[in-house]
Design a protein around this ligand. Sequence first.
Ligand code: ATP
Ligand code: MG
Length: 258
Amino acid sequence: MNAQTSNLQGQGISLSFGGIQVLKGLDLEFRAGEITGLIGPNGAGKTSLFNCLTGAYRPQKGSITYAGAPLDGLPPAARAKRGVVRSFQTVALCPDLTVVENVMIGLSRNYHAGWLNAFLPLPKGRRELAEMRSAAEGALAELGLANVGDLFPEQLPPGMLRLVEIARAIVGKPSVLLLDEPAAGLNNSETRDLTRTLREIASPDLVMVVVEHDMDLVMSICDRIYVLNFGEFVTCGRPDEVRQDPDVIRIYLGSEDD
Ligand SMILES: Nc1ncnc2c1ncn2[C@@H]1O[C@H](COP(=O)(O)OP(=O)(O)OP(=O)(O)O)[C@@H](O)[C@H]1O
Ligand SMILES: [Mg+2]
């Protein structure tokens, strides 16, 4: 697909809960080949925007397109089939599955035999299962988790669980990767590894959007940054532009979060 056209675009995205407007007519273009930062204070609407992009929330107004095709009205599973995937601010792994099995869930759009078929002793199912496991192990290794695949989530520390979530998001080779606070709960060395990994994952066809409060991470990996405050974009620009923007300094960087 032409990277030029495989952008994620939004026009006039508006979302309200019980009369409170959480997103106020947002226009955006998250570009393929770039890492886009989405920052803003607590409650600004970052996660709500991700929820609109993935189909978990249905905005009252506006439209969202990927590669020129509208996503409006499509449920999350249909958007995932088009490669729109996300990680969650609060880690959401299945406690009864092993780590590698959790990551394999991220491949469900890529394989057609399905879970039931995969567990039956049919050659196609067995082959798919083996391929899925090997891809999941590869994604875990990419995140430095080569030896934990057979453990259960409860056996891992919180930082590692977040990396497992990211492995599940990247294993299916997404076209749009939305990461909601990927560094939350990671220690300094895990954050450094994550920063390197995100740079490695970036590719000309991938739209990657990172919501993060860790400014060092955002400023070092993002090509462009959108700043959201009370459901409105304050500005959008390169890290050096955003860093110096007086409104951003006042609204966000000077806030008590820092
Ligand atoms: N399902 C919901 N029902 C009611 N209000 C909601 C819902 N989801 C989000 N909100 C409200 O929308 C606003 C934006 O919340 P959101 O979680 O999107 O912020 P955020 O920028 O992700 O914040 P944080 O940095 O703390 O994660 C908040 O006022 C929140 O209470
Ligand atoms: Mg949030």
